[in-house]
Design a protein around this ligand. Sequence first.
Ligand SMILES: *Cc1c(COP(=O)(O)O)cnc(C)c1O
Length: 432
Amino acid sequence: MPKKKVLLDEDELPKKWYNILPDLPEPLPPPLHPMTKEPLKPEDLEPLFPKGLIKQEMSNERYIKIPEEVLEVYRMWRPTPLIRAERLERYLKTPARIYYKYEGVSPPGSHKPNTAVAQAYYNMKEGVERLTTETGAGQWGSALCFATKLFDMKCTVYMVKVSYEQKPYRRIIMEAYGGEVIPSPSNRTESGRKILESDPDTPGSLGIAISEAVEDAAKNDDTKYSLGSVLNHVLLHQTVVGLELKKQLEKIDEKPDILVGCVGGGSNFSGLSYPFVKDSQKNGLRIVAVEPAACPTLTSGEYRYDYGDTVGLTPLIKMYTLGHKFIPPPIHAGGLRYHGDAPTLSLLVAKGVIEAVAVKQLSTFEAGLIFARTEGIIPAPESNHAVRVAIDEALKAKEKNEEKVIVIGLSGHGYFDLSAYDSYLSGRLNDT
Ligand SMILES: *Cc1c(COP(=O)(O)O)cnc(C)c1O
């Protein structure tokens, strides 16, 4: 009988991050300068990022050592548990074994501090005093406010306006950690003012908020910018999740058949799955990325060069995109409302190494409540996308009477997203 809850000892925490760049099926198309369209040089990124992170962004080394100061913070909540969802299995009457790797145990409640802490650390090392960033649902902002405070830095968060209004608790968390939160688009930046002029009632979007945060950092010398997803170094930091998962599965002698996670920009999904990618074909492992039908980047987007933000200030990156001007409908999984996706993940999907599916909002909340009523944890609306597809796969396994091993990346809890659950429970939620 496999253990229900698989824990690692603190000293089993990974000491290195895994960089997938040298293991991609073909070289990653380089990011391009937004003006010249020439491949980006490390210096081009220096107004926005510290050198330590730029080096990681462009590194071809397979393993990168985690600094002791970062490990020390990770130990506050890592390693995170791998939990067998036995009650969910019983409810579904499936022969599949379902596990979830739970990132909701971090202080801000999601996987995001895995990179926020590393990014704050490298900025602090180079004397940066303030970080700017954008946030959708507020998880990234709260992770960065938490992390910057640990290293005695300031943090300014441009929060997508619809989330600022729908999710006051996230704003309060950021302010409790000492951050400054501004609804975006705002009057603080040229990019924000331009958008407000043409569309004063815009719900905002991650793309717009990125433009504002980038502009703020570029115009201030003591300030740099920090991104919570998409970039190579962000995905790199998140691989602590998959590296731990690998050890945990080995510990109980399980071989996964399906890894499933949700995708906004791709960081929690890549963190969970990248350490498994290289041998996935050999091991018959399916790696499934789940996105919202309202923002179907991987399943309906084009694979081409595009800007990371709405205004066109960021480098051009080759990725699946819905177009940098795409403003997704205000679904509750705010963290999944992004027009693009990480370039490495996009390449792996284009090459057929990773599968992608899109699911509708109502079906994700239905899945989230099944999970809450069996496993007791109320997942983040983003994580519900992964839970949905895991349940669908478990039901398929039941039809075929197959003993599949399914692992869910449960990227965060939903205790600050209860208004979304309230909308669902009272029948006010729609599929847009
Ligand atoms: C931000 C967030 C996501 C989406 O971002 P990725 O970079 O794709 O991981 C998913 N789940 C939770 C809980 C989040 O906070």
